[in-house]
Design a protein around this ligand. Structure first.
Ligand code: ATP
Length: 328
């Protein structure tokens, strides 16, 4: 692979996700493999604006494949939303003689990359790192699989209490406007009902359904509620409504919150991150830019940044059917 690129920078931006470290490691080692210098940028676009850089070699990224979070830290940068901020970032890249950039993050990170590329024609390749799995052009984002496993483990524990006390538990999970985490973790943990933003079940139908399952002999129930769900916007309000209209159960609420974002990445996420990191450097060295590297049908592939923002992957309707059937 003959390329003019001599120095490539890498950063993580937006919400952290398990597997980001594995992706950084793959980018750094891929650079070392191709004799390209690699520069780590701390705190995402914020560090780019401040010139918070450090040269990374293959040994700099030892013992991080198993660690959650991101050792380069992440940030949400207001200043990068301004032309002046982006100009400062560009000036630092030029001063350090950096030829290209790898950005690991979610849709906001890619939006920033698109604007930056339009203004300065600077080569950028993105890697999808977010637990939400809400990026178009890849079947999976880094961190999603680990988050699913964390959620299932947590629900398993809550189920023990639900069973012992004949309780109904409403469990709110992350996912912003995408119901992937709720639907998949709900099926995996054997939830009785799953509320996702892509399908508004309605409060009355939910109560009717819970009554039916109680009559069929169930003594406890788990309802998984996606944070972006129509009736999940206010899970406490939903719990009050259920308490008033379904007296058969004692109703409890658990919001899983940020435990879903941390923890050691699953093997799936480590392998995905490694493939995408290597893919990002391959793409840059082949002269590609303004793209995101993803995996579709188990093949590493690329899509233009703009396409990655064209709505998230549609929810798998067949999974909704599976959830309906097995929760009878
Ligand atoms: P997550 O999905 O985990 O929230 P994200 O990448 O979507 O991750 P954001 O905070 O939305 O996280 O975006 C990361 C950063 O990208 C922002 O803090 C901001 O600096 C930059 N950014 C987002 N949108 C734009 C934009 N339109 N123009 C310039 N920069 C942007």
């Amino acid at each position: 692979m003959k390329s003019k690129l001599k120095k490539i920078a890498v950063l993580t931006s937006g919400g952290d996700a398990p597997g980001m470290n594995a992706a950084i490691r793959a980018v750094v080692r891929s650079c070392a493999y191709h004799n390209v210098e690699c520069v780590g940028v701390y705190r995402g676009y914020e560090g780019l604006i401040e010139g918070d850089f450090e040269i990374l070699d293959a040994r700099s990224v030892k013992n991080i494949i198993n660690r959650g979070g991101t050792f380069l830290k992440s940030a949400r940068s207001k200043e990068f939303m301004t032309k002046e901020g982006r100009q400062k970032a560009y000036d630092h890249l030029i001063r350090e003689e950096i030829d290209a950039l790898v950005t690991i993050g979610g849709d906001g990170t890619f939006r920033g990359a698109i604007v930056f590329n339009e203004e300065f024609d600077f080569p950028i390749v993105g890697i999808p790192g977010t637990i939400d799995n809400d990026i178009n052009g890849t079947d999976f984002t880094i961190g999603y699989d680990t988050a699913l496993n964390t959620v299932v483990e947590a629900i398993d524990k809550i189920r023990d209490t639900a069973n012992s006390h004949n309780r109904l538990f409403l469990i709110e999970v992350m996912g912003r406007d995408a119901g992937d985490i709720a639907l998949n973790a709900g099926i995996g943990a054997g939830a009785e009902e799953i509320l996702i933003p892509e399908q508004d079940l309605g409060r009355d139908r939910l109560v009717e359904s819970l009554k039916r399952s109680k009559k069929s002999g169930k003594s406890s129930s788990i309802v998984v509620v996606s944070e972006g769900g129509q009736i999940g916007k206010n899970i406490m309000g939903l719990a009050d409504y259920i308490r008033q209209n379904l007296t058969e159960y004692e109703c409890k609420v658990t919001v899983l919150g940020h435990i879903q974002r941390g923890g050691a990445p699953s093997c799936f996420d480590r392998v995905l991150a490694s493939r995408l990191g290597v893919g990002a450097i391959d793409a840059l060295l082949s002269g590609e830019k303004d793209i995101m590297i993803g995996v579709i049908h188990n093949k590493v592939t690329s899509v233009p940044f703009k396409k990655s923002l064209e709505g998230s992957n549609k929810i798998d309707q067949s999974l909704i059917r599976v959830a309906d059937i097995i929760s009878i």
